[in-house]
Design a binder for this molecule. Sequence first.
Ligand SMILES: OC[C@@H]1[C@@H](O)[C@H](O)[C@@H](O)c2[nH]c(CCc3ccccc3)c[n+]21
Length: 451
Amino acid sequence: MPNSATASARFPDGFLWGAATAAHQIEGSPLADGAGPSIWTRFAHTPGMIVNGDTGDIACDHYHRWKQDVALMRELGLKAYRFSTSWSRILPEGTGRVNQAGLDFYSRLVDELLENGIEPLLTLYHWDLPAALDDRGGWLNRDIAQWFAEYGDVLYRALDGRVKKWVTLNEPWVVTDGGYLHGALAPGHRSKYETPIATHNLMRAHGAAVQAYRATGKHEIGLVVNIEPKYPASDSADDAAAVKRAHAYMNEQYLDAALLGRYPPELKDIFGDAWPQWPQEDFDLIRQKLDFIGINYYTRSVTKAAQSYPLDAAVVKQPLGTYTETGWEVFPQGLVDLLVWAKDRYGNIPTYITENGAAFFDPPVAEGGRIRDPLRIDYLQKHLGAIRQAIAAGCDIRGYMVWSLLDNMEWSLGYSKRFGIVHVNYGTQERTPKDSAHYYSKIVASNGASL
Ligand SMILES: OC[C@@H]1[C@@H](O)[C@H](O)[C@@H](O)c2[nH]c(CCc3ccccc3)c[n+]21
């Protein structure tokens, strides 16, 4: 809990306060103006994959309402906006022919952001792989490193300078664990052999895209990972070993590859004969100097040894814990612990909290358009306090992007979970700032002093 030192800590001048979204979750119109389908267009139209049969065909209709959404960000006083571009809007076949209408959409969005004093943070890949590339093996095909670099290069040449903070990948761990091991996310594979291959090609593609940026880009590029602290359920040796495996698998695997040029040794134990030995030149490609990292933090996992694949570990629900609608424990101390861990392991690289937020059941829009979401306000307050503690502990945290600006399509959970600080009525597409939006707006205006 905060002490006199941390309570007096403050957010540094110029701290970048913003909100985050992702293309497939808010845009809708996935095939408009020459865009090609992504694996999420396919996955959502595959019966049984998404709760209630929801799809991203309309979502928040941001593809048409982008100007009003930027005006909303302006009203909230946001300093930055983290969004992702849809690879298959830009390159409908994934490589080769550029769809100018797709590029124009993002160019107009960036100009509108800049005209409203909002800094764009652009994520190249937030899970929506072009279906045409999945047909060619997708993340299982080593050629994807060049395909991804080519895609990045198209955007760098079109937008660098207006966009000064670039992100290659959003959460490679989720892409592989969800898309290739457990199958809950597109492309819905379930293979312990494919998972490490997808991991390695994602990281090779990350490296190739950073290399391509260094050839023409004049600003900053980084990687976004989701990390989740693992705490032992007991002081038994088995639980300690389970924590070690879970921590290596989720928290160390991708940052070690990108920043240290190696995978944690536990991965070989975890995947056994499914863990390939990769050539050194792959790590030379993967390990590229980064200007920053993005950390997406939501919760922690109290972990015990248990029969499970591949970790032989299980999460232990906390009887006295507070949980969100997605079943994640509210545990802000975990953010402090992990930021300090990352500082010590990777040498205090500039860090943005690129996602943090919660889904709670929000009441319907009350008279006068008010939506009371006290649990989300409490969640944000506690986690912003944790960031302030981490800064006081010496972590170089440069900014915070709340997840999410808008209620949106929560992947396989469809529209059943609402993470937005702004409510979306999917029938009318009306946006209504929740109490948490007004709370966050004051935080931004006071650089966290009103926390
Ligand atoms: O689930 C809320 C958000 C998603 O809407 C974002 O697109 C994604 O970047 C994101 N990552 C996480 C944490 C990792 C995670 C994702 C999905 C399922 C379980 C854990 C939470 N979220």
